[in-house]
Design a binder for this molecule. Structure first.
Ligand code: HEC
Ligand code: HEC
Ligand code: HEC
Ligand code: HEC
Ligand code: HEC
Ligand code: HEC
Ligand code: HEC
Length: 389
């Protein structure tokens, strides 16, 4: 039996809230060659890059890429609505999410969709998308790593099944590399053009000319003639813009086509990046750029960029490994805690000066419990309340 109308009002509200003001033509850069084209000459970088959150941030859905369980005991999510639960199943045709709704006394309705695309490396969690013809929607159930199981997708009310939330181009702009939008609605894409994961060329620009040059008999003598963009050669603001494209919670300017920003461009012409007042609250999720820019370290040094601490070509999981970056500019003795705690602080700078804090922007729930991820606050500052464990 098809799902009853109870779903309709919610679905309608969500659609109304998300419809954009203007839709613009978009194109996939035809000259993107993909990461495989870089392996021959940059093998180490490509191999380590493939393990990063950027590379893994979107993938086709399969048993490896979807972290949630499909076996008995792990494939059911109950909701606060005792008449509604979700079941995750798998067979030779794929992976499926089904909402089961009981309407007393004895009618049972269900709605099933197939997992199409995984969004999220799984550091914190994953959300899943499904196709209806060429339209892309978000599934109501996500996976939460800290909980180790299924949860209601962020922003989805517990106890209601919503299968009509459209996926915007902006979502794919931050979590994928390339795609071509089709005529409205907003979530209408040419499936064959969707390049999942963030690839080298997202930060280095189209690579085909570079590959051809270095494969030729007379490769360039100076890397600056190499027909590829290296953000390290940009002015500081443009370097930060490469990351702020996705790490500053900006929204696209209505008249600018998606995917038209190229590293080196002035981001502000493409994306309306929020510029909060000096003391205004900035959420730790998505606000990495603005928070860093507020730090005295950033303002008082002419050189700090995201690359001062991050090498995006490899996973960075060891918090202690960041301390030497601090100590490149600071002496351990200048820390006010050195007098009392001594060398104990030497690899713990980040714990106290960039504390983990909960975001208010991503809220999920499971079994009636509210879940909010913790994000590293990029405003490097003094937080007297933070203690070492
Ligand atoms: C046929 C070999 C070859 C291929 C394929 C290749 N590169 Fe390179 N690349 C080089 C060489 C050689 C250099 C120069 C290294 C140097 O001088 O330090 C270089 C330099 C670079 C630089 C630094 C440029 C600069 O201005 O400092 C970047 C970025 C880069 N490559 C990215 C890529 C990407 C992305 C791909 C895949 C799309 C790729 N390369 C494919 C050979 C290649
Ligand atoms: C195209 C969008 C995009 C660009 C450009 C981008 N990022 Fe990201 N970044 C993301 C997304 C999305 C994630 C979260 C991926 C996930 O976990 O699924 C992420 C995650 C990260 C992480 C966490 C990685 C981890 O393993 O914990 C760091 C650090 C990071 N980005 C730094 C940077 C820096 C530095 C730059 C610029 C050189 C940059 N990003 C450019 C989208 C982007
Ligand atoms: C402006 C860029 C941007 C947009 C738009 C965006 N995200 Fe993200 N997303 C990020 C960044 C950056 C991170 C990781 C950094 C953080 O947690 O603050 C992230 C993290 C995530 C994660 C957690 C990944 C992990 O394992 O930690 C999921 C899941 C996710 N996003 C899904 C989505 C979905 C689905 C959409 C669209 C409906 C979306 N995001 C829209 C930039 C974006
Ligand atoms: C999220 C953005 C981003 C992605 C994705 C990315 N890079 Fe880079 N890359 C950078 C930045 C930023 C620099 C400059 C780092 C610095 O300041 O030293 C850089 C520098 C380089 C360099 C020159 C400096 C060096 O360390 O040798 C090469 C070569 C390079 N990248 C290759 C690649 C390849 C190959 C891939 C894909 C496997 C890739 N990059 C993916 C941002 C990125
Ligand atoms: C590129 C150089 C550089 C790096 C890297 C750097 N800082 Fe700073 N930091 C500065 C400068 C410059 C100041 C301002 C000092 C001044 O004005 O006396 C500063 C100020 C500070 C302050 C005082 C903040 C305030 O609001 O009063 C703290 C705390 C601090 N840094 C901690 C750190 C930690 C922890 C790290 C590593 C995560 C770090 N810094 C990395 C350059 C840097
Ligand atoms: C002074 C050092 C420093 C600088 C500069 C810096 N970061 Fe980070 N960043 C860190 C540390 C430390 C972590 C925590 C790593 C961990 O927990 O494993 C981190 C984590 C992140 C994460 C993962 C967030 C999370 O908590 O889930 C993202 C995304 C990120 N940084 C983006 C950026 C961007 C974008 C810039 C530039 C605007 C930047 N960072 C500049 C030190 C830095
Ligand atoms: C236990 C938490 C903790 C750790 C770990 C820690 N700090 Fe601090 N730091 C503080 C506090 C609290 C202050 C302010 C102290 C005061 O004013 O008495 C401070 C002050 C500072 C200042 C500002 C000095 C000034 O007067 O402007 C710098 C710079 C600094 N720390 C750098 C570091 C570096 C670098 C590390 C790692 C080697 C580090 N801190 C580790 C808690 C910590």
């Amino acid at each position: 039996m098809p799902l009853p109308l109870i779903f309709a009002p919610v679905v309608f509200l969500l659609l109304a809230a998300i419809q954009p003001a203007a839709i613009t033509a978009q194109s996939v850069p035809a000259i993107c060659v993909g990461d495989d084209a870089c392996i021959a000459c940059h093998q180490d970088k490509v191999n380590s890059y493939r393990r990063t959150a950027h590379s893994l941030t979107s993938r086709p859905a399969d048993r490896d890429s979807v972290h949630g369980g499909f076996g008995p005991g792990s494939n059911i999510l109950r909701t606060v609505n005792t008449n509604l639960y979700f079941e995750m199943t798998t067979n030779e045709a794929g992976l499926f999410q089904t909402a089961w709704l009981r309407r007393p006394p004895n009618e049972i309705g269900h709605h099933t969709e197939r997992f199409g695309v995984v969004v999220g490396s799984g550091r914190k969690g994953q959300t899943y998308l499904f196709w209806k013809d060429d339209e892309l929607f978000q599934l109501p159930i996500s996976y939460w790593t800290e909980v180790g199981g299924w949860v209601n997708s962020p922003g989805y009310p517990d106890g209601i099944a919503v299968f009509n939330r459209p996926v915007t181009p902006r979502c794919l702009e931050c979590h994928a590399t390339a795609f071509k939008s089709l005529a409205p609605p907003i979530n209408h894409f040419d499936k064959t053009t969707l390049v999942l994961g963030i690839t080298c060329e997202k930060c280095h620009g189209p690579g085909s000319e570079h590959v051809a040059l270095y494969r030729s008999k007379a490769p360039p003598q100076s890397p600056t003639n190499g027909a590829i963009l290296n953000p390290a050669r940009f002015a500081r603001d443009r370097q930060v813009d490469v990351c702020a494209l996705c790490h500053a919670a900006g929204s696209p300017r209505p008249s600018v086509p998606s995917l038209s920003f190229v590293p080196g461009d002035v981001l502000d012409q493409f994306i309306d990046v929020p510029k909060p007042a000096p003391n205004a609250h900035v959420d730790v999720h998505g606000g990495h750029t603005q928070l860093l820019q507020r730090s005295r370290c950033f303002r008082s040094s002419a050189t700090m960029t995201c690359s001062t601490c991050h090498d995006v070509h490899a996973p960075q999981r060891d918090l202690a490994s960041f301390a030497p970056k601090c100590l490149a500019c600071h002496k351990i003795e200048s820390c006010g805690k050195f007098a009392t705690l001594g060398r104990k602080i030497s690899d713990q700078c980040v714990v106290c000066h960039m504390p983990l804090q909960s975001t208010d922007l991503i809220i999920s729930s499971a079994n009636g419990t509210k879940l909010q991820p913790k994000v590293r606050n990029h405003q490097i500052a003094i937080y007297p309340e933070v203690q070492l464990q």
